[in-house]
Design a protein around this ligand. Structure first.
Ligand code: GDP
Ligand code: MG
Length: 671
């Protein structure tokens, strides 16, 4: 079994190529930081070759977790071949990584991607020259169009058989050359023992890379010598060590490119991007435009497309429920089985499932924005604002993912270089309203604010953001003192999203949602049904207000008096919501015993007033995330104590915000 590592810059088309090579359906995004964990798959028609899609990186210095993941993989697992994907429209910057990968002494092939854009703009790249300069096979491809893929596969197979390592390594000259070579001699044996290629190790030692010093067990004495050599180099070149190496690499890249790349003009896409950016990232209009776009998306999702589809699905589910109900009665099953299946499972799972269209439509729009390259701009726009609350634009990425689901969002904080930024983002991300909360909003707005659905939804989303901002300010001035790291994120060219990619994204979201409905929610509704149908002596109760659940729920219920509701069904729903937020909906549906939307609305009116309904929504928006997200928090913060503190903080914030909504609202409309 040979292993091929797919390495390259972010947005160079790695995942697109990976999907083409393996025939799998990983999510592609025109958005830095989409691929976080490495993925592994088998090369189509060559089951003995496996391909690993690594996170996108710009260098092999361990500044971010993505770089660490990639670097560790390359150094420790020693793949049989590195397939370096290079974005031909940004060749200079992409080759910077290439030169570092070459130092690893692993057989290597370059896939020169996005050649369609290069040719379309009248530019050209002399692939033969490039290849002979680098001493590595170079194959021009277009991953998204599937051009050059079979040639690439041939070259990969040949190269991995021949086991040819990059030949040329001496692209260093002058002072840097002296430094690298003398250090390389000095540490040669240690490097070999630690499994580091000596040349790579020497370069890293010149750069002052801590992990390399540790891995090679460099002695005190050697540190002195290295320091001395590097100081000499710095003095001779009059720059610092990192700049000296960067200069050396860019010098070499410039030399190659001047011979191999004919660049008459920027590509069509780059020019188009510049024009679009003049409007969309405008100093004053940028953010209003973003808000306008989001408003449009919500309006489309909830009013225009999602709502009719949802009604359709509801009718379907209702029909199915009735058929099942009469079927069960016809079969003469006992009353409790009927109750379990119809009032428990069908009502509970059905109430959640009917929100599928809304989720899918919303994610259609969001993945369109993401794939087009627009979201990366928004991160850039948000940098200034985020900086005010002690975060950088980088944190926008996880926060945005948080609108989908907190679990991947919390994991996405791994792209942040600074621990401080990272922890703070983990605490704040769950305030972003995740998609599992949508069904709750849907249910409550249908009952209490039917004419103002979009407005109420947006106000909830905005409340989440405002609370995150205020929390950010609080944390920045208390626990997380310090400055966010400078923001560097590359802006990809605007591209029309590939239909396939958007579809994959929608499918993933939909599948996830359905899976949850039939696992967590399914189990939850059965448990809730049981607890609300039986009393302590396990007799079936006529009226669920005499049930075990009513007893338990009513202990908790008074806590919510300041928020305007005091009902065991509401408090129970909030507790079951911890398993998965959608469970709030299924629980309330099961507990009210409602079989139609109208009945549910009426039942909800017995529990809430419009104002306390809004306080309830505010609380659900902000209180601690579901168990899965809690587990992710614990994992990423690395301690149970901090995870619990975070959850307490979030729940306390939710309680305070809900109370505020109800109390202030009461002043105006008198309860
Ligand atoms: P990754 O971040 O390296 O995994 O890159 P992705 O595979 O997510 O691709 C980034 C963007 O480039 C997506 O919008 C792709 O559709 C687009 N893309 C990938 N390959 C090509 C190509 O060969 N030509 C063009 N024009 N676009 C491409
Ligand atoms: Mg990717």
């Amino acid at each position: 079994m040979s292993v091929i590592a797919l390495a390259g810059n972010q947005n160079s088309g790695k995942t697109t190529l990976y999907n083409k090579l393996t025939g799998s359906n990983q999510h592609v995004g025109n958005f830095p930081g989409v691929t976080l964990e490495k993925k592994e798959g088998q090369l189509k028609k060559h089951k003995d070759i496996s391909i690993v899609d690594l996170p996108g990186i710009y260098s092999l210095s361990p500044y971010t977790l993505e770089e660490v993941v990639t670097r560790d993989f390359l150094l420790k697992e020693k793949p049989d071949l590195i397939l370096n994907i290079v974005d031909a429209t940004n060749i200079e910057r992409n080759l910077y990584l290439t030169l570092q990968l070459m130092e690893l002494s692993i057989p290597m092939v370059i896939a020169l991607n996005m050649m369609d854009e290069v040719t379309a703009s009248g530019n050209s790249i002399d692939v033969k020259k490039l290849s002979s300069h680098l001493g590595i096979p170079v194959v021009p491809i277009s991953a998204s169009r599937g051009e050059g893929i079979s040639e690439l596969i041939d070259v990969i197979i040949r190269a991995s058989k021949d086991n040819l390592c990059p030949k040329k390594l001496d692209f260093c000259i002058g002072e840097v050359h002296k430094a690298i070579h003398s250090i390389s001699h000095l540490i040669y044996d240690q490097a070999v023992a630690a499994g580091y290629p000596p040349r790579f190790a020497a370069t890293k030692l010149v750069e002052g890379d801590e992990p390399t010093f540790k891995s090679l067990a460099i002695t005190e004495n050697q540190i002195h010598i290295i320091e001395h050599v590097v100081k000499d180099m710095e003095e001779a070149l009059k720059t610092d060590r990192e700049a000296a190496l960067a200069d050396m690499r860019y010098c070499y890249i410039e030399k190659i490119c001047s011979e191999a790349v004919v660049k008459r003009q920027e590509t069509k896409e780059q020019r188009r991007s510049e024009k679009i950016d003049r409007v969309l990232t405008h100093k004053y209009f940028g953010i209003p435009i973003f808000l306008g776009i989001m408003f449009f998306i919500f309006w489309m999702t909830f009013h225009v497309i999602g709502a009719p589809l949802q009604e359709l699905l509801e009718t379907l589910i209702d029909g199915l429920t009735e058929t099942a109900s009469s079927g069960l009665i016809g079969m003469g099953v006992s009353q409790w089985v009927h109750s379990l299946v119809i009032d428990g499972i069908f009502a509970g799972v059905g109430s959640v499932l009917s929100f599928l269209p809304i989720i899918v439509v919303l994610f259609f729009f969001l993945s369109f924005l993401e794939d087009s390259g627009y979201m990366a701009r928004v991160a850039f726009l948000m940098d200034k604002l985020l900086r005010k609350i002690g975060l950088s634009g980088r944190s926008f990425v996880p926060m945005l993912i948080g609108f989908g689901c907190s679990v991947p969002a919390i994991m996405a904080t791994r792209t942040l270089a600074s621990e401080r930024d990272r922890k703070m983002t983990i605490v704040l991300t769950p305030f972003m309203s995740c998609s599992a909360k949508l069904p709750i909003y849907g249910m409550m707005t249908a009952a209490f604010f039917p004419d103002k659905a979009a407005l109420v939804m947006i106000s909830l989303y905005v409340t989440g953001i405002i609370v995150a901002v205020l929390s950010g300010l609080l944390l920045k001035n208390t626990i997380f003192k310090g400055e966010p790291v400078p923001f560097v994120m590359e802006l990809p060219a605007y591209r029309i999203p590939a239909r396939r990619s958007v579809l994959i994204h929608m499918w993933e979201k939909g599948k996830d949602f359905i899976q949850r409905a039939f696992t967590v929610i399914f189990l939850g509704t059965i448990i809730i049904w049981f607890l609300q149908s039986f009393n302590w002596s396990l007799d079936m109760v006529e009226n669920s207000s005499k049930s075990i659940l009513a007893y338990l729920g009513s202990i908790v219920a008074p806590i919510f008096i300041p928020l305007g509701f005091n009902d065991w069904r509401a408090s129970t729903a909030l507790i079951t919501g911890l398993t998965a937020k959608e469970a709030v909906v299924s629980t309330l549906t099961v507990l009210t015993g409602a079989v139609s939307d109208i009945e549910l609305s009426q039942a909800l009116f017995a529990i809430f007033t419009p104002l306390s309904a809004f306080a309830f929504l505010t609380f659900t928006l902000l209180y601690m995330p579901c168990i899965a997200a809690f587990a992710a928090t614990k994992r990423e913060l690395g301690s149970m104590k901090y995870a619990v503190l975070t959850a307490l903080y979030q729940t306390a914030t939710a309680y305070a915000a809900g109370t505020l909504v109800f109390q202030i609202g009461s002043l105006f409309i008198g309860g």
